[in-house]
Design a protein around this ligand. Structure first.
Ligand SMILES: [Zn+2]
Length: 528
C-alpha cells in the first residue's frame, strides 16, 4: 500500500539529488524518490496525490523553542484595544472560537477607564461569549481579574468561599461572586495560569499553529509540565508534531534518578538535552563579555553558572547519558562553555550531543573549537535582526564574531537553527529570511547587517532540518526527503530555492505561506 506524492518541484535537501518530481511513501516513511514517471513504472503505487503550491520541501525542525510559552501566549486574549464592554466581549468571542474545547483562556489587560461607559464587568456577561471555556482576564494594572462562571467553578470560588487575606471577590446581595476578583483573590486562578496543569489545550492550539507555519518537529526547552502535556497528547493520539523534550536544570537530578536518557522515546516523543545557563541576555546587559558594555565599561555582564558549576552539572548529566545544551550569549560565556565542553569531552570521552544555545558572540580564536570539540552552534537567526541596534550601541568596538552563521559553517562546525519563540515569532520562514539577508522585516539595512555572515537558502534550510536532526540524534530518520526517512514534508506557495527570489524579492521568503503539512506520511494540516 504505497502512495506516490507528486509535484513538479520537490526539494529533497540531499546534495546528490536535490530536486525530484515524485516521493513514494509507504506508511510513515519515504521508500523511493525520482521522477514521477520512473516511480509509477517501477512501483505501480496504489494512489497518487498531487501536492499544491510552488515548492515541496522537508518539514522544518525548530531546534530551540519554548512551546508552552507560545501556547500560553496564543491562548491569551488581548483586550487593550477594546473601547467598550461590547467590544471586549466580541474580542473574547472571536478568540475562543479558534481554541480547542474546554481549554483555559487567560490574558486580558482590559481597561474599563478606556471604555465608552466604564462599567464593572461581570461573569454573567462573560458567560454569554465563553462557550465551554474557563476564562480569567486580568485588568491592565493586574490588580483585578474578570473571571467567568466556569473559571470560578473550576477553582471553587463560590458563595461559600471566604475572601483570602489581602483580597476579595466582589459579591451580589445574595453573596454570590460577580466575577470580579481583587488582589489576592486572583491567586487560585493565577497559579493555574503560571504553572498550568492544563497545558494540553493550549498546546493543541499551538501545535496547529506550528503545523501551519511548516514546523513538523520541535526541540522544546520549557518545563516538565510541557513534558507531561506532550506525553498525555501522545497517549491520547493527538500529538501531530515530533517533539524532542529538553530537561530543565531544576529537573536534572530527578531525571537522572528515574534513569531518563537522551534519545529515549520514539519518533514522536524523545528525551533531549538538559539545558544549562552560562549567562544572561544582551538587552538586560547580563550577557557575559570579556570587555565592558559601551554604555557602562565596568559592566562585564554576569556568569549565571560558574565554570565549576557548569562542569559539575554537565558531568552529572553526561555520566547519566543525558546530552547538554548550554545557553551562552556573550563572548566570555561562550568561551567558558567551550572550556567546560573541552574538559567534558576529555574526561568522559562522551559522544553525546553538546550544543551552545544562541552562540551569539564568539571570540575569533574560539570558532575552530566548535568543530574540534563537536559542539553544535544552535542559533536563532531572528535574534540577529532584532538586535541590530543593540549590538551597535553596546558592542561597537568588540572583536567578536556576532551571529556568525557563515563563519560557523565555514569552520566545519554543525549549525542548527531555531526561533526561541515566544521571544521571537516561531515562523521558520522568518528565520530563513533573516539568515539569508540579515535584514529586518522592512528590508533594512539595505545590504544586511554584517553581510559577510549571510548564508544561502539551502544552508538555512539545512540548519532547520538536517542540522536540528543531527543535534537531536535523529539524522538517520529525518532532515531530508530521501529513501528510508520519515515522510515529514511541507508544500509552500513560494519557491524559496529560486535564486531570483533571494536576489530580487527576498521578503517573499519571509512571507512564504505553508499550504499543506505532512508528518509521517499523513496530512496533519491543510490551508482552507
Ligand atoms: Zn530560549
Amino acid at each position: 500500500m504505497s502512495t506516490l506524492l507528486r509535484h513538479p518541484r520537490i526539494y529533497t535537501g540531499s546534495a546528490e539529488q536535490p530536486f525530484v518530481t515524485g516521493l513514494l511513501v509507504d506508511g510513515e516513511r519515504i521508500t523511493a524518490i525520482g521522477t514521477y514517471g520512473e516511480l509509477v513504472a517501477t512501483y505501480s503505487p496504489s494512489t497518487t496525490i498531487d501536492l499544491p503550491g510552488a515548492l515541496v520541501m522537508p518539514g522544518l525542525h525548530d531546534a530551540h523553542i519554548h512551546t508552552a510559552g507560545v501556547a500560553r501566549a496564543l491562548a491569551a486574549v488581548d483586550l487593550r484595544g477594546a473601547r467598550s464592554l461590547g467590544e471586549a466581549l466580541a474580542t473574547v468571542r472571536d478568540h475562543v472560537s479558534s481554541l480547542p474545547s474546554g481549554s483555559w483562556v487567560f490574558g486580558g489587560r482590559w481597561d474599563r477607564n478606556k471604555w465608552a461607559e466604564p462599567v464593572q464587568p461581570t461573569a454573567a456577561e462573560l458567560d454569554t461569549v465563553s462557550g465551554d471555556h474557563p476564562i480569567a482576564l486580568a485588568s491592565i494594572d493586574g490588580h483585578t481579574m474578570w473571571a467567568n462562571s466556569e473559571a470560578m467553578r473550576r477553582v471553587g470560588i463560590d458563595a461559600a468561599w471566604p475572601d483570602p487575606p489581602g483580597g476579595m471577590a466582589v459579591r451580589d446581595t445574595a453573596g454570590n461572586p460577580t466575577g470580579i476578583l481583587r488582589e489576592t483573590a486572583q491567586d487560585p486562578i493565577d497559579e493555574l495560569a503560571g504553572g498550568d496543569d492544563d497545558l494540553v489545550g493550549p498546546l493543541l492550539a499551538a501545535q496547529e499553529h506550528f503545523l501551519s507555519i511548516g514546523l513538523t518537529a520541535v526541540t522544546d526547552l520549557n518545563g516538565e509540565d510541557a513534558r507531561a502535556a506532550y506525553l498525555s497528547m501522545k497517549d491520547t493520539g493527538t500529538l501531530k508534531i515530533r517533539v524532542v523534550k529538553g530537561i530543565p536544570m531544576y529537573a536534572l537530578q530527578s531525571a537522572i534518578a528515574e534513569g531518563r536518557r537522551t534519545g529515549d522515546g520514539d519518533d514522536w516523543f524523545r528525551v533531549g538535552p538538559v539545558k544549562l545557563f552560562s549567562d544572561g541576555a544582551l538587552g538586560s546587559r547580563s550577557a557575559h563579555l570579556s570587555r565592558g558594555y559601551a554604555d557602562n565599561p565596568d559592566n562585564l555582564g554576569m556568569a549565571v553558572m560558574t565554570h565549576e558549576q557548569l562542569y559539575d552539572a554537565a558531568r552529572a548529566a553526561v555520566d547519566a547519558g543525558i546530552a547538554v545544551a548550554v545557553h551562552a550569549i556573550g563572548d566570555q560565556a561562550n568561551h567558558t562553555v567551550l572550556d567546560v565542553f573541552e574538559e567534558i569531552r576529555h574526561d568522559t570521552g562522551t559522544a553525546l550531543p553538546l550544543s551552545i544555545e544562541h552562540t551569539q558572540f564568539l571570540q575569533p580564536g574560539d570558532v575552530a573549537r566548535l568543530r574540534q570539540l563537536q559542539v553544535t552552534a544552535s542559533m536563532q537567526p531572528t535574534h540577529c535582526t532584532s538586535d541590530i541596534d543593540l549590538v551597535a550601541a553596546l558592542l561597537p568596538e568588540h572583536d567578536v564574531v556576532g551571529y556568525g552563521w557563515r563563519t560557523v559553517l565555514d569552520s566545519g562546525a554543525d549549525l542548527a537553527f531555531g526561533s526561541d519563540a515566544p521571544v521571537e515569532e516561531a515562523n521558520p520562514f522568518h528565520g530563513i529570511h533573516a539568515a539569508v539577508t540579515r535584514q529586518r522585516s522592512d528590508g533594512s539595512p539595505p545590504r544586511g547587517f554584517q553581510p559577510a555572515e549571510r548564508i544561502t537558502v539551502a544552508e538555512a534550510i539545512a540548519a532547520f532540518t538536517t542540522g536540528a536532526a543531527k543535534l537531536s540524534g535523529v539524522a538517520a530518520d529525518r532532515g531530508t526527503l530521501t529513501p528510508g526517512k520519515l515522510a515529514d514534508l511541507i508544500a509552500v506557495d513560494t519557491d524559496i530555492t529560486d535564486p531570483a527570489v533571494v536576489t530580487d524579492e527576498p521578503l517573499r521568503i519571509r512571507n512564504t505561506q505553508v499550504l499543506q503539512t505532512i508528518v509521517g506520511g499523513e496530512t496533519r494540516w491543510q490551508r482552507d
